[in-house]
Design a protein around this ligand. Structure first.
Ligand SMILES: [Fe+2]
Ligand SMILES: [Fe+2]
Length: 320
């Protein structure tokens, strides 16, 4: 019905929906910029979930007990599921999933810079759960109120699973820090390596993030990068203390006046290097993704042949 309205009425309706904190749904009219911004954000998010399986999957066969293996396997499978929900959400915006996958493996679309760092010991599995999934929760909880319906609804379930991921990481670290000196050293070493890259997960500082204002106006994004980063530091610093590990930042201290933790300067040159493809594992991650895509070709062909067969059967059965 709305399709017959003139564009300015459609635009007014769209703005009204946003103002009233209601949801934009796939069939609703939306400005091109809104659609493009969402496709870019949701695709980047989906790619991050899929590439994010790699650093930890690396440890599934070497997990130290059956219990740890089962937990890690479940977590990595969850990430695959998150990727699938998000690719489906992108499809509701008119994106083509094959096209998105090609853009990822040809390095034309990004994924989170965090997954370009290596996982050197089993303590990394714990620290990734604690810090990386912890940062993901800070980023994603507000997205449950994103103005685009399918994305917001997908995030509700994803966030529930992310909080399980954060818990399993923290629980692993609690076990390790109560263990031997060597285990405590592993946890400290992993914390030293993952702390700064975790802070970079929130993206560039607000004054270098040109798309933030528009995304906030559209309620695609609910908080700025720096606000979310601060929230993460405030949440994590007391957890580090409880674990008995030191966060590798001499400037980290409670500021009673601000009611927040102050923290040191992030190495933005490193962030740019990793985002532009020159981190320690960028080439390895993409090569692995490409290999997995090629290995899966027969599955896609079989699924397409199966669908075509059913389609033609249905066609013959149908009275039309
Ligand atoms: Fe996830
Ligand atoms: Fe996760």
């Amino acid at each position: 019905m709305t399709a017959t309205l003139p564009e300015q009425d459609l635009e007014r309706h769209f703005e009204h929906v946003i103002e009233r904190d209601q949801r934009i749904e796939p069939r609703d009219w939306m400005p091109d910029g809104y659609r493009k911004t969402l496709i870019r954000q949701v695709a980047q998010h989906a790619h991050s979930e899929i590439i994010g399986m790699q650093p930890e999957a690396n440890w599934i066969t070497r997990a130290p007990s059956l219990r740890r293996k089962a937990i890690l396997l479940a977590k990595v499978q969850d990430e695959a599921g998150h990727g699938l929900y998000l690719y489906s959400a992108a499809e509701t915006l008119g994106a083509d999933r094959t096209d998105l996958t090609e853009k990822l493996i040809e390095s034309r679309q990004k994924y989170s810079s965090i997954f370009n760092y290596p996982t050197l010991t089993f303590a990394d599995v714990g620290v990734i759960g604690w810090l990386v999934d912890g940062a993901a929760i800070c980023n994603q909880v507000p997205l449950c109120r994103s103005s685009y319906g399918p994305y917001a609804r997908g995030m509700v379930r994803i966030c529930k699973e992310e909080s399980f991921h954060q818990r399993q990481g923290y629980e692993l670290l609690m076990t390790m820090t109560r263990g031997t000196d060597a285990q405590r050293r592993m946890v400290q070493n992993a914390t030293d390596r993952w702390w700064w890259p975790s802070l970079m997960m929130f993206g560039p500082p607000d004054d270098a993030s040109p798309n933030t204002a528009q995304s906030m106006a559209w309620k695609v994004k609910r908080h700025t990068n720096d606000e979310l980063r601060q929230r993460f530091v405030d949440m994590t610093a007391p957890q580090a203390e409880a674990l008995g590990v030191t966060l590798p930042d001499p400037d980290l201290r409670w500021n009673a006046e601000r009611g927040h933790f102050d923290f040191g300067e992030i190495d933005w040159a490193e962030f740019k290097r990793v985002v532009s493809g020159h981190g320690p594992c960028n080439a390895q991650r993409l090569a692995q993704r490409r290999r997995a895509h090629e290995d899966g070709a027969w599955v896609r062909e079989a699924a397409a042949a199966h669908a075509a067969k059913h389609h033609s059967r249905d066609h013959w059965r149908s009275p039309t």
